[in-house]
Design a protein around this ligand. Structure first.
Ligand code: URA
Length: 432
């Protein structure tokens, strides 16, 4: 086979065979196919897309390019979830303990922040001592004993995706629905869970800004999962407004604990509980109505919070900060953002709020950046709220004083405050 011929086929819209796709992925990982040829192929996919058969084969070849995690040493059904990324999205910290408290195992590999979006592993590492890189045998033991463990992705999980993602990043081919679907699903299939719930975010803070593209992405990923024999579903959820009020690692852990205590922001609780109920439904725990009731029960009786505490203990974390969140290290510098005018907040650019939190130190500007775990933003006012000039709309936190000029500018510009109230109220869970 010749890579030239595969590029030509994709260029003119001829379907590639399973063998051709497998040969191409293997050859690229081994270094036999150069970046310039793979770049041409990716750009041809960007313009000509892929058939469902091609996409399933590409995803499988990428998943099998490294370790396929075998979770058979863990008893019972294992459920996973994946968010396509958002601002203030700490739902895994809430849904995973809830699902585990309902008796479905969580053996989850999560990622770090990407661009303006946060990552579960960075958030968990804001808990002093919490270990996210642990050997598979210990990971399996923790899940068997506690029912839940969340760790970072192992070095050899879908290496084809790592290489392809880096190439897409510099060849303007990240925003291709089939390539995003293959990238996400290759890692999910390699991570081994029986049931996968996808949380496809849509809106200004998401990678997919339009609902139409989010639905297309969700449908592609669900089709890939079904072809691979997994139980899979997707929710399309609102990311036009940051989720909850806290953005930044320890601020988000604190807010997740509040929700597990039955408090916390209503939007975050609603989305997290619906995700948890859908995970339980996929795992065969009854009707969606039964599953929603189970979710409420384990939050009310405290068993979901106990699961989080058990996981933190098992992974070496300091549980005293979970039991008393005022023990989390706080940022040295704090700045209150004041509303410049009175009116209704009719829109927020959630991506810009995410970028502001990165500027404050909650995310990485470069691969080498060190995260400031206490940095971030607490939003006091969000879309649909009324503000009076002089009210505090957000509080910004950082350990560095010289980042506030640019961060406050970004936050202020992200708010659209108008005299007239917008007619519609945004739905949180948009579709299933
Ligand atoms: N997240 C991924 O893992 N891959 C993509 O291509 C985009 C978002």
């Amino acid at each position: 086979m010749r890579m030239y011929d595969l590029i030509e086929k994709k260029k003119v819209g001829t379907e590639l065979s399973d063998d051709e796709i497998k040969w191409m992925v293997d050859g690229y990982v081994k270094g036999d196919i150069p970046d310039y040829q793979m770049s041409a192929f990716l750009m041809a996919v960007y313009f000509n897309s892929m058939t469902d058969a091609e996409l399933s084969q590409l995803t499988l070849a990428m998943a099998h390019s490294g370790d396929m995690v075998d979770l058979s040493k863990i008893d019972g059904i294992k459920a996973d979830k994946h968010s396509t990324g958002g601002v203030g999205d700490k739902t895994t910290l809430i849904t995973a303990p809830i699902v585990a408290a309902c008796g479905v195992k969580i053996a989850k590999m999560s990622g770090r922040g990407l661009g303006h979006t946060g990552g579960t592993i960075d958030k968990l590492e804001s808990i002093p001592g919490f270990q996210t890189a642990i050997p598979n045998a210990d990971f399996f033991d923790i899940v068997n004993q506690v029912g839940i463990s969340v760790i970072g992705q192992s070095g050899n999980l879908a290496p084809a995706d790592k290489k392809l993602y880096a190439l897409r990043d510099v060849t303007a081919t990240v925003d291709s629905i089939p390539l995003i679907a293959a990238s996400i699903m290759s890692k999910k299939l390699a991570a081994g869970s029986d049931c996968i719930l996808l949380d496809v975010k849509t809106g200004s803070g998401a990678f997919m800004k339009s609902e139409e593209d989010s639905v297309k992405l969700a449908e592609k990923m669900v089709a890939i999962g079904k072809n691979a024999g997994r139980k899979i579903a997707a929710l399309i959820t609102n990311m036009d407004i940051p989720l909850g009020n806290g953005i930044g690692n320890s601020l988000e852990v604190i807010e997740a604990i509040e929700v597990l205590k039955g408090n916390g922001p209503a939007d975050l609780a609603e989305v997290s509980f619906e995700l948890a109920a859908n995970m339980l439904y996929l795992a065969g725990k009854g009707t969606l109505k039964d599953c929603r009731e189970e979710v409420s029960k384990v939050v009310r009786d405290g068993s979901a919070l106990s699961k989080l505490i058990d996981m933190v203990k098992a992974q070496g974390g300091d549980v005293s900060v979970i039991e008393d969140t005022s023990r989390f290290k706080t940022a040295e510098f704090v700045f209150d953002m004041i509303a410049p005018v009175s009116g209704y907040i009719n829109h927020m650019n959630a991506e810009q709020i995410g970028i502001a939190s990165v500027v404050l130190g909650a995310g990485r500007e470069t691969k080498e950046s060190v995260i400031d775990y206490s940095a971030g933003i607490i939003l006091h006012k969000k879309t649909n709220d009324f503000v009076t000039a002089g009210d505090s709309i957000a509080t910004l936190y950082s350990s560095s004083s010289d980042v506030f000029d640019s961060a406050t500018k970004l936050v202020l510009e992200a708010y659209k405050i108008e005299k007239e109230k917008k007619a519609t109220k945004d739905k949180l869970v948009i579709a299933r």
